[in-house]
Ligand binder design. Structure first.
Ligand SMILES: Cc1cc2nc3c(=O)[nH]c(=O)nc-3n(C[C@H](O)[C@H](O)[C@H](O)COP(=O)(O)O)c2cc1C
Length: 187
C-alpha cells in the first residue's frame, strides 16, 4: 500500500500515533491525516503534541470539516484507513452511516469501496450501544482492533509498548515492520 488515511479522534491513546507514523514512514507509506477537534485537545493533554509536531511523518493534513478533501470521494486512491484512537462517538457515526465530518465520511467511503478500515476503538467499560455499534461496523466491513497492549515481550518503556501496538496495526494493514520482536522468534 502506497497511501493511506490516518484519522485521530478524541479518545485516550494518542501516544500510539507517533509510533504508528514512524513505522508507516519507514515502510514508505504516505499518510494523509485528519484530526478531530477533540482529538487535538486530547493529544495535547496526553502527549503535549500538537498536529504540527507530527509534520515530519505526515504527507498532508486535511481539515476536520473539509468535505472537498480527496479522501471524501471513492474515486480517490487511498488503500486503507486507520482511526487511531477511535472514540465511541466516531464509532457510532461510522456504524450508522452518519457523515457529519471528514473522518466519518472518509470511513464511509472505505466501507462502500470495500477497502480496509481499522477502528482502534477505546473506552472502558463498554456499554451495550458501544458493543452493538462495534458489531454493526464489523458487519459492514470494518476491523475492530482496540489498542490493547500485550506484555509478554516485556516492554521497558511506554513508547516501546506503544510501538508494539502500532506494529500490530501495521500487520493488519500489510505495512512491513522491520526488527519487531515477535512471539516464537528466536532469541
Ligand atoms: C481526556 C479525555 C479522554 C477521553 N477519552 C475518551 C475515550 O477513551 N473514549 C471515548 O469514546 N471518548 C473519550 N473522550 C470523549 C471524547 O473526546 C468526546 O466524546 C468527543 O466528543 C469525541 O469527538 P470525536 O469522535 O469527534 O473525536 C475523552 C475526552 C477527554 C477530554
Amino acid at each position: 500500500m502506497k497511501r493511506m488515511v490516518l484519522a485521530i479522534t478524541g479518545a485516550s491513546g494518542s501516544l500510539y500515533v507517533p509510533e504508528f507514523l514512524k513505522l508507516a514512514q519507514a515502510a514508505g507509506v504516505e499518510v494523509h491525516a485528519v484530526i478531530s477537534d477533540a482529538g487535538r485537545e486530547v493529544m495535547l493533554l496526553e502527549t503535549g503534541l500538537a498536529p504540527a509536531d507530527l509534520d515530519p511523518w505526515v504527507a498532508a493534513w486535511l481539515g476536520f470539516k473539509d468535505f472537498t478533501a480527496p479522501m471524501a470521494s471513492g474515486s480517490s486512491r487511498f488503500g486503507a484507513m486507520l482511526v487511531l484512537p477511535c472514540t465511541m462517538g466516531t464509532l457510532g457515526a461510522i456504524a450508522n452511516g452518519i457523515s457529519a465530518n471528514l473522518i466519518h465520511r472518509a470511513a464511509d467511503v472505505m466501507l462502500k469501496e470495500g477497502r480496509p478500515l481499522l477502528l482502534a476503538v477505546r473506552e472502558t467499560p463498554f456499554n451495550r450501544v458501544h458493543l452493538q455499534n462495534m458489531l454493526k461496523a464489523q458487519e459492514a466491513g470494518a476491523i475492530i482492533c482496540p489498542p490493547i497492549p500485550s506484555f509478554y515481550h516485556r516492554p521497558e518503556s511506554l513508547s516501546e509498548m506503544a510501538r508494539f501496538v502500532a506494529a500490530r496495526y501495521c500487520d493488519l494493514l500489510g505495512i512491513p515492520v522491520e526488527g519487531m520482536k515477535r512471539w516464537g522468534d528466536e532469541g
